[in-house]
Design a protein around this ligand. Structure first.
Ligand code: ZN
Length: 134
């Protein structure tokens, strides 16, 4: 029986958007010095300016570092991967990584944002961002 009550809930509001082209992470940028923040900063942590504008990040970045977790965590079944991805806009993003058997992680490889289910919370799917090897 289909459960019509099930919903897809973002793990956090205003952090990403989904479109037919894929997932996009929402950062913000200081209008004064140009520093980019993800997650968004309330004010610029570099120059303390409060005039910030939203910036849609590229869908691809490069893998800076990663690790594979083999211990159970609160939400993820081992093994799971987490790591840092450097975006062209100049931010380094910490995120879960999607493991793909045919594309092992290598430092510097292209990674693409994917929006997908992170875990189940009662009848709802909690969705968030991950990066996967391109
Ligand atoms: Zn600034």
């Amino acid at each position: 029986m289909a459960n019509t009550m099930a919903e897809r809930i973002p793990v956090k509001e205003g952090v990403f958007t989904e479109s037919p082209e894929g997932g996009t992470l929402l950062a913000n940028k200081c209008k004064s010095c140009g520093q980019v923040f993800f997650p968004k900063a309330v004010f610029c942590l570099t120059c303390f300016n409060e005039d910030m504008e939203e910036l849609r990040l590229s869908q691809r970045g490069k893998l800076y570092s990663y690790t594979v977790g083999r211990m159970p965590s609160m939400h993820f079944e081992p093994p799971y991967a987490i790591g840092y991805v450097d975006m062209p806009e100049g931010v380094r993003i910490f995120a879960p990584l999607k493991m793909m058997e045919d594309k092992p992680f290598t430092i510097g490889m292209d990674m693409e944002v994917v929006i997908e289910k992170l875990w189940q919370e009662e009848e709802n799917e909690v969705i968030g961002y991950k990066f996967k090897p391109v």
